[in-house]
Ligand binder design. Sequence first.
Ligand code: RUQ
Ligand code: CUA
Length: 657
Amino acid sequence: MKKVGFLVLAIISLSWGCKPKTGMSVAAGDAASKVYVAPGTYDEFYNIVSGGFSGQMSVYGIPSGRLLRVIPVFSVDPEKGYGYAEETKPMLNTSHGIVPWDDLHHIALSTTNGAHDGRWAFGNANNTPRIARIDLQTFRTAEIIELPNSSGNHSSPFITENTEYTIAGTRFSSPPDYEGTNTDVSISSYKENFKGYLSFVGVDKESGQMDLSFQIQIPPLNTDLARGGKGPSHDWFFFSCYNSEKAFTLLEVNASQKDKDFILAVNWKKAEQYAKEGKGHVQKVKYAHNYYDASTHTATSEIKTDVIVLDPKELKDVLYLIPCPKSPHGCDVDPTGQYIVGSGKLAALIPVFSFDKIQKAIAANDFEAEYDGIPVLKYESCLHGEVQKPGLGPLHTEFDANGNAYTSFFVSSEIVKWNVQSLQVLDRVPTYYSIGHLCVPGGPTTKPWGKYVIAYNKITKDRYLPTGPELAQSAQLYSIEGDKMQLLLDFPTIGEPHYAEAIPANLIMPNSTKIFKIEDNHNPYVAKGEKEAKVVREGNKVHVYMTSIRSHFVPDNIEGVKMGDEVYFHVTNLEQDWDVPHGFAIKGANNAELLIMPGETQTLKWVPEKVGVFPFYCTDFCSALHQEMQGYIRISPAGSNVPLTFSTGKTAVADQK
Ligand code: RUQ
Ligand code: CUA
């Protein structure tokens, strides 16, 4: 206990004291030319980066570090109207109601045969457990599925080799929430009443549509990170687990007692088979499944109520525990699928496990114990070897195509390159400062693209001009083309970057959507041309079927709306040209504005608060006459008999009532 306290203290003080001495180092020599992307030319890679507490993803060009886009996922985004327009509000619905802001830590880019296919990106909501699927043709969130029985969705949304599943594990165990469980339990009954869950979300091969296929209930470990197997380990998934102590208070001390925690190896193929054979239990739960329909440009949210749960106590050959020193964080599988790297935050070495040895140990029943009924394999029997004295506070590991691994060290602020076979340390470079995740393009796949390693750092003191109490978050780009890693570039990021992936531009760029075809727009409130524009009263609801095209709205004069009405502006952008959005804003609207892409319909709900004439206008500078793109709506007192009229371009006084 004393020893542990000391170690924790030492680590805490190290985390602020161990800055590399060369803090002001300047990227040297030819670095500038290596990141220079000449005006008018494109970057080689898309870097898709988690936004951490911002709840979003962002997209950078590599090697330039230029910010290309923020993709709204789990948080509302006023830049895009996401979560504000009536069409996208349902995306943020959960069993708890609308959650406007979450915390996104990890990215998984879809793979086929373990290699990037450029179709989708997945992201996790850490707080209110969900997985999102982003369509990489539109760079938009296409689907979000909530996970029942779950809290702290951190070891998520990692994928299997062919994106058969995206998976999720619970960092916080809690009393499950299926119908019939007693959730009003004492916190100190953690060991008996708290459970962890692994969720397997199936992904449709063609459409990408997700479905909660099954869950596995596990003991109340904190599952931190995960990776799917590949090649020989295709059928397996590996999770790092800390808190084998089952602590429920002061975890920084109480969950750091044991020398070893675990890597949890899951035979997902077997689990899938058991689920299909009906060997699970159907539990009644509540979770939201939100889907953005590309043809109606509209999201719907459905609350689902069933989940199949497998109990490993009944199904013996699905889960195995491998001891892993000490509070492991990252759990990474090398490109061959043969080696599994566990990074113990408090460990002074990095263990590398061999998939073949794990299989042999399982076949030989080479167990040292059981943990809540799950067999614990012997550490030595599973071990390929240990990287000795690699650095302090190892967190995450990525791989290149030449058999090398790159591990981030939070406490000693560095990236260490080592060889997976020989376990020899080959090189180390400082990061500025306290690196968390890192990314080699294709690093988690069977086909690493290599070339760079990118550091995502937690601290940027003295790297950028100060901006008050909160400083820019940071990424750093290093070349890994030579034997020695070379720092090339610092660039700031949106939110706190956790995991990121980078993918060659040519896998995404040719498929990028330019416009939505107006003839394929099946939004129920679309106006496919100015002739279809109209204003329709249904009781106290007024639907404005509005069109926008450079540089006017139809209609742009509306009268006959009264206090007590709810007005729905359904604005269709008639443009069929790339990069010509129109915006829509009306004075006093206290919920939103809109930004509408070519061929799309988006809806703003507006409840007038007083009598008067209110201007509306286009917020996106769309043409030389953008400033002229405006209109008025007249709001009359309740009960007034001003008739409902609408027009554009009528000027004669006689025309007006
Ligand atoms: S975590 S800095 Cu939330 Cu992925 Cu390791
Ligand atoms: Cu449309 Cu400005």
